[in-house]
Design a protein around this ligand. Structure first.
Ligand code: ATR
Length: 281
């Protein structure tokens, strides 16, 4: 039941209709019996900033998650940001404080690391070098999270090597830049390889020699349509442990839910299974 006290939060993206976040949050709200609702909203590039500024004071929305293409603009719109959001250069969470301030955070990194904890137990981001494929916003977020978790070296490989170099220059000495074509060498001795490219989106295949990774390396794909991407399937065929992007999505939503509605999401409901039903009706 929607009441006069219903706490409203949501996700801003464009397009946003495909977002699984409303499915996750509303299932948690129902299971927890919280008087709240979570909606998907699609401002345009032109209206995004005005929309966000209009939420000051929290009288309408308690907060929002932010997805493509607004994560960088969300960070810019805020009055204050957490260290992890600043390092990622992007925010996926805005909170509209009652004092009028807009606070930016980024829970994608938490989601990434928790997904590893769940699907590759024992993986330690601080134990050795990690490869991140891609140098866009998603890649930068992953690199930031790994650095904050103590990774001694992050090797960023990108189709356009100059973009990897720019990312490395921005994020400091533990980041080493290279081209995707260097992957064979860069995979030596790594503890994990994370695909943060948009290769799955444009239909292009991500062709890297995963067989050059050590047997114990964990392979992760942020892309989750399909859940087991060709990249993850190749890793599995080689006997590598894998982590999927859906787990990251679910795990980044948990701290967002707590920030909006004041309590951790109820553990008894399996929102991953629900999301899978929506993905594969
Ligand atoms: P996002 O915010 O999701 O990271 P982005 O900033 O547009 O999106 O970045 C997309 C990333 O995917 C880039 O690293 C891009 O490589 P380029 O910098 O060379 O463009 C990478 N990418 C996209 N399609 C790719 C493909 N078919 N093969 C390899 N990399 C690809």
């Amino acid at each position: 039941m929607i009441t006069g006290r219903t706490v409203v939060a949501g996700v801003l993206g464009h397009p946003v209709a495909h977002s699984l976040s409303p499915v996750l949050h509303n299932a948690w709200l129902a299971a927890a019996g919280i008087d709240g609702v979570y909606v998907a909203l699609a401002p345009t590039t032109e209206t995004f900033a005005a929309f966000v500024q209009g939420q000051r004071g929290g009288g309408a929305l308690r907060g929002v998650n932010v997805t493509v293409p607004f994560k960088e603009a969300a960070l810019a719109a805020a009055d204050a940001a957490t260290d992890r959001a600043r390092l990622a250069g992007a925010a996926n969470l805005l909170l509209f404080d009652t004092d009028g301030r807009i606070l930016a955070d980024n829970t994608d990194g938490i989601g990434l690391l928790r997904a590893f904890e769940v699907q590759a137990p024992g993986f330690d981001p601080a134990a050795g070098p990690v490869v991140v494929l891609g140098a866009g916003g998603a890649a930068r977020g992953a690199v930031a999270a790994l650095l904050l978790a103590g990774a001694p070296e992050v090797r960023v490989l990108n189709r356009t090597a100059a973009k990897a170099q720019a990312l490395a220059a921005d994020l400091g000495g533990a980041v080493v830049a290279g081209a995707l074509t260097d992957a064979g060498q860069a995979f030596a001795g790594v503890t994990a390889v994370i695909n943060a490219t948009a290769a799955g989106l444009d239909g292009g295949a991500l062709d890297v020699p995963l067989e050059a990774t050590p047997d114990g390396a964990v392979v992760m794909d942020m892309f989750y349509k399909p859940l087991v991407t060709p990249f993850l399937q190749r890793a599995r065929d080689l006997g590598r442990r894998t982590v999927d992007g859906l787990e990251m999505l679910v795990r980044q939503a948990e701290p967002s839910f707590e920030a909006f509605y004041g309590s951790a999401p109820p553990a008894e409901i399996d929102v991953r299974a629900l999301a899978l039903k929506v993905l594969n009706p």
